[in-house]
Design a protein around this ligand. Sequence first.
Ligand SMILES: [Zn+2]
Length: 246
Amino acid sequence: MRRVSKASAARDWEKRATQASRRLRGPSKFLPNIWSEVKGGLYEAQGRKCCYCESRVEERYNDVEHFRPKSTYWWLAYELKNLFFSCANCNRGKGDNFPVSGRRLAKRRLPWFRSAWRQEAALIICPDGLEGALPEDHVTFRQVGGRWLIVGLSPRGKATIKACQLDRDDLNLLRQEHVSDVLEPALLRWKVARPSERRRREKELCDHAHPQRRFSGLALAFLRHHGVLLAQDGTAATLASPLGSR
Ligand SMILES: [Zn+2]
């Protein structure tokens, strides 16, 4: 799980969404068109992958996810800060599940989403990192017995894995294939590269950990495990650059 950005997702959409929000009176009579209009923008902004499991999936068969479920937090149904693109499996796994630490303030209608996390402490980590926690600080991957497994580094990380079922068997298999078919070959190509090719191979390797790449959180843990990010040659700076800008 990596922090996602939605900066370019919905420039013209928010005005229509705000108008629709004003007409809401409860958790019913939602307008699905409002979500379908913003789905493509979210999908592209997030690198065409799920905000939770980082699987790269097709837009049409997957979902607009409400971080705070619309069944409870209905007034946030069209609030962009509450919307993400997610795969159907993560969305259905999470469902209406939204554990909090301390008081739940839903019935008091949080007045402004940006301040919601100051009033109500979500346990699930918000994918855009705006609720006081960066995904990367709470969820990582470790090699255990030759297999790469997702690990929660905190109660919030563990709650996120549990709520979204991020340790499900199909995901573990896909991640293992990503390591063996993509990451390990890229690492080997970098290790055996001639001096003239080494920089190019290093970029190819580090690109797998860019936040918009498939399973980038896994790639980040994999590279750290192999000491790649500890190099003194600017590798970390390479990772901080947007894709396509170099
Ligand atoms: Zn997912």
